[in-house]
Ligand binder design. Sequence first.
Ligand code: MSP
Length: 507
Amino acid sequence: MTKHYYITTPIYYVNDKPHIGHAYTTLAADVLARFMRLDGYQVKFLTGTDEHGQKVEKAAFDAGQDPKDFVDKVSMNFRTLFEKMNFSNDDFIRTTEERHKKSAIALWERLVEKDAIYLGSYTGWYAIRDEAFYTESELVNGKAPTGADVEWVEEPSYFFRLSQFQEKLLDFYDKYPHCIAPAAKRNEVISFVKSGLRDLSVSRTSFKWGIPVPKDPAHIMYVWIEALSNYITAVGFPDLEAKDFKNFWPADVHMVGKDILRFHAVYWPAFLMAADITPPKRVFAHGWWTNEGEKISKSLGNVIDPLDLVAQYGLDQTRYFLMREVPFGGDGDFSRSAMVQRINSNLANDLGNLVQRTASMVYKNCDGKIPSPGTLHKEDLNLIHSAENLLPLLRDLMKEQALHKALDIIWQVISNANRYVDNEAPWALKKTDVARMETVLYTLMEVIRHLGLYLQPFMPGSAVKILDLLSVDPGERTFSHIGKQYRLRGKTSILEPTPIFPRYVEG
Ligand code: MSP
């Protein structure tokens, strides 16, 4: 039976050009999606853009452009970024698409039908930057707790009966302990819900750029109720019988940043429960990046453009750094020195040298062909087994989205292999025992084959280079090709090696 896996990213506001935060969330989802595909799952990886609401309307106005022209352009910047970052999303959704309007309206109608929405009036604060409502008591020095400016709003509004979902949500969190991660974030969500839920305003009348409320077009749907529904739109909602809906819903993981966890782990499951739709299996909230110790903000002028990183350090180097530097789920700091350190030490030295010196020895000393091994010694088998046995460990870590730990254990094998090269000294064996040299080089090549396979989700381009170098059949590059049965065959010609991870030299 086919196993399915549905992973999503937030859909990004198109008020500005993409930055590191957008690339980060989508990269993490890309790594997971690629891992699961290699592990035999049928994957749907969804990303896209959130194009309605006051924030986007204001950005279009400030740019002197018609909102539709504006969002078309900015959305395209995201698409281009994602292609350049080698993201493997299966779909890119835009909330201005017809399929999405139809779905958001259908969700609204279902909520009305279930008596989960009523008309009232909203009096309170609203932060356009956050697209969020705040009470007086939540304000800090006259601003939203996030630091965003707030404005006073008094207008008729539809409300969602969130207050009726407190117990249901708590039961849900209790019954599915893995539905929110990391654990500390889960606890925050639970205490928020325990502190009491107020009904949520879900429509606005003071702007136009959005989807009108069915039968009451003076109201525009609150951007979050509309945006969240993108996750079901993309699998065919409102057609509950759609093949994708049946295969992929409920989503396996909604990957989000910590700032938008509440929307995903409280409001979204409540909307879905009210509409009689199963909530997502898991919401994972990652942390935020700072830049050289400073909060990233437009006003400080220190926003990181991911394409600048790619241009300066290389694509896979950037992907690797973002996934390795910070325990996934925690906050982290970007610094040039940390980036250069990772590139030179982990990539150029540890991995790059291992591949380069092994392949060069094979190329020069074994007539450019993978040698046939003699009897494998205990240390050869230990090393090969350490590589072969990683798969179940990686699976467990990826299930928890512990992406940095997955890289840690891959790097342990790289260290083992480097220690093995030093101990076995194949360059010396060349003079004393050619057969043993061939066995040692074979052992190393077989370990490198595994490293190439495991690294595909993280550094797809470089992993392909490693596997190509070893002439691994393109049809034998999934996780079902891990292990003994697909070991390299002696006498296979390899390519002439060229360094895959050059050192970064400050220019
Ligand atoms: N449109 C909403 C999401 C709707 S989902 C139904 C939104 N968009 S956003 O453009 O603001 O995207 C934010 C994403 O980028 C979030 O996951 C957020 O956490 C992430 N980041 C923004 N700045 C960030 C950092 N400095 N560091 C890491 N991620 C950060 O919210």
